[in-house]
Design a protein around this ligand. Sequence first.
Ligand SMILES: [Zn+2]
Length: 141
Amino acid sequence: MNCPFCRIAQGELFAHLIYADDLVLAFLDAAPMAPGHTLVVPRAHVERFTELSEEQAGHLFAVAVRVGRALKEVLEAPGFTVGLNDGVVAGQGVPHVHLHLIPRFPGDGGKSLHSLLPYKRWRPDPELASRLRARLSAQGS
Ligand SMILES: [Zn+2]
């Protein structure tokens, strides 16, 4: 397995681990955008966000909340950006799902997620909402 996050999960590659359990681990990003920039990843090799099981996704997010609390307390971070790049088109650099927790501080020069793409270019489309409702309904629960 040549995936760096799988290698971290198996203890073959060093990372500053801050949390690990049977399903999920969290470690400091090797190229941090802020102090405490942390990645939360499933232990299993799952390439894409939409390939996570509901159990994996739920636990990943629950651990992210816990890690966020710890970062907030230890760093006194007044806020976070939480993000996930899914797919090469979105800038996913490692093909193993990873949720970024990026502590934010006054004057850090960063912007919001709304700065990723032109804002207010599109309008909500009722036809699209209808198609999506039908698709979700067909998937069941
Ligand atoms: Zn992997």
